[in-house]
Design a protein around this ligand. Sequence first.
Ligand code: BGC
Length: 882
Amino acid sequence: MLKVNEVKINYLKEPMGITDSPQFSWILDSDKKNVVQCAYRLQISTMQSFDALVYDSQKVDNEESAHVFADGFLPESATKYFVRVKVLDNHGEETAYSEPAAFLSGLISNDEWKASFISAESKEDTNHSKGTYLRKELTINKKLKQATAYTTALGLYHFYVNGEKVGEDQMAPGWTSYENRLLYQTHDITSCLKEGDNALGAHIGAGWYKGAMGFQRKQSIYGKQAGFLCQIHLQYEDGSNEIVISDDSWLGCESPVVFSEIYDGEIYDANLEQNGWNLPGFNDSHWQRSEALLVDHKILVAQPGCKVKKIESLPVQKIFKTPQGDTVIDFGQNLTGWISFKVNGKSGEKVILNCFEVLDKDGNVYLDNLRTAKETLEYICNGDGKTIYEPNFTFQGFRYAKVASYPGELLAENFTAYVVHSDMEETGTFSCSNPDLNQLQHNITWGLKGNFLDVPTDCPQRDERLGWTGDAQIFCRTASYIMDTYTFFSKWLKDLSADQTPEGGVPHVIPDILNGVIDPDPHMAQEAHSATAWADAAVINPWTLYLVYGDKKIIHNQYQSMKAWIDFMTDHSVDGIWSYKQQFGDWVALDAEEGSYLGATPNELICTAYYAYSSGLFAKMAKAIGMDEDYQTYWQLHKDIVSVFKKNFFTEDGLMTAQTQTAHIVALYFDLVPEKYKEQTAKSLVALLEKENGHLVTGFVGTPYFCHALSENGYTKEAYDLLLKDDFPSWLYQIRKGATTIWEHWDGIKEDGSMWSADMNSFNHYAYGAIGDWLYRVVVGIEADEQEPGYKHFMISPHIGGGLAYAKGTFKSVYGEISVHWQRDGKTIQLEFTVPVNTTATLVLPEIDQIITDDGIKFIKNEDGYEGVVGSGDYLVTYTIL
Ligand code: BGC
């Protein structure tokens, strides 16, 4: 039976804050094979009964079940809409209407904003990172039909109606290029309000907005006073409307949060609590009028989803004493979030927890790699009995907490770690017969969880936690397999565009607080932008989203930004070779000179390789959206740069001018090798690997593509060997050392237990987790097809090896779940796979001897092995390998 299973709006299940014509997608299920959608009908209504239709597509003869627009439909502000779809397939089967999906609109025009930003802080509070409360009462006399709240803050906030927190948002409104874009949150608060007296309350903290951030811990980067904005649209049953706004009639006062910052943690004094402050009838006579702040409403942008939330919780694994006598709580997993605890102390007694990632060589607390970040939670009891506390405006990267103070008996059951990150649907899985690789997959996933907290950060623990573009670029493809990153990255890419320099340069970190905002760090160049492989996030991330989700909107949204970045490189190139002021080269590669973080591969080679790669991707994207002239221009540019690369970085004998692993990897993976030298270059890469005893010595640039460069050129065995190394340096070395996330350095903890230099030693740095991409695309073999992006058509091409008895992976594409599971018995392979309805796949089986059972697939033999094209359905094929 054909069924419409899941209708989504802009990739989300129930988005709140839609302000333009949304995109719809749905997943189809069928028990038949080779099912393709022939037609659909989509309806939008303001009533769940669908009695009041505002849009009806009628029957549309079209195969597309993702990226579907309701032509001519634009939502009205503060309105709830319901959507349903029915579908006809190529077997003549028609579905019933789907379950309705719903969305709530934002404010369609920023002119509709009437509310003022208000603050309970004064100008003297510039250097304070304390919490403040704001409150206002409101009386409702009529029957409410719909109440929609739009809220945001300069800083961070929690919003309450009648004492209850509204929504599950944490760290809202997230971090954006605040001068240009501030996200507001949309909430349906109909059921929170009642007839009679109601109270609105907001708790505000400093956050990224005015807390001390960056290498130099600069305070108030974006503004001096933390503030709040609220506008509530009330629709009554009698058809009348009312708008409630934040203005200086709201009253404010200090909260029990004495101090709270992203890096340092929080100090909370329960003696300062005011019971009932966010309930109606509270005596606020001692509170002060708030101050209205002048902020242009034009920066406001609705955040429809992908909000930061408490996603899961972990219990204590053990509590123990270190040799130095410290009491330590171990949660068993390096994570990002915070600890919540129960305590029952006398007034003035304290709980003090210092969060940290690893124990040192002797099993003692190791805080040095946090640099200046305190990561400390301090709670001062008020003697009022047992309470539960969790921090409000901070997060920590930790596995352990040192208990510096805790009144009463320390019981594991009184502590919980909350894992906090952007709310993204999990889309991909990987497992195999090798437990170390399964642990690697676990660590990659936890690196993602730990560093996708509204912004893709380098690390979550030390005084950095910045949106380093290079890290986000390297990890984008892997992340987009594990989770649905579309909303997350498309939001961040808008900040990237907003923060680009007028010439198109791309800052090292997004949101940019290094380039011209803070005086640069002494070891940062004067202009903290436009480093190759970092700045290329401007092009590579949109390309990755296009490839994985098949969505051209990302190309439209980022088009000018991408073009500006390519033009920037062109403006600064000489004869096709480009480089710019500060480069990070093959960052932290092991072939670096003593004392340097920059690997041995010359900047000009890496810069020009990326210039070629990005210009090629941009040209393809221009073509995809019909920008033919740009396609011609930039494809020509790409070809020219490729020629320059071939001419300059290969000798007449076809050797690369730089005899480094990374030089060979980028040349091979970016297709920059003269055809006649391809084999030789791949061979040289293998030789360079052998020279290091089969170990990589690559950094951020070479590592992500190392295994691809090998397996794409006939060296799958060598790629597996590299993957499975478990002595330093290797992915599995850290697993041997007990890692639960991916480390920044191959030898973050050395063989003898001592640490890499404390000044840069994160144990939760997702960059090297980019190896995940090879596990999914090559080991399992689920590969996108750029001709039909979004896995409308894809390849299934598992590469058997590494001594694995089986490997399996699933990936939930926009069309549904793809799954591949291979099992090996000697030379015989049993391959089970699923192709979602409304998609097709090409099976490409390399290094194959013969097909034993073909499940009806017509195979043809070619130089890549055996190939067969299949429609949707479940398949089982058996074959033998050479
Ligand atoms: C970060 C890296 C980043 C690098 C660039 C480091 O401090 O943690 O991941 O890409 O700086 O130089």
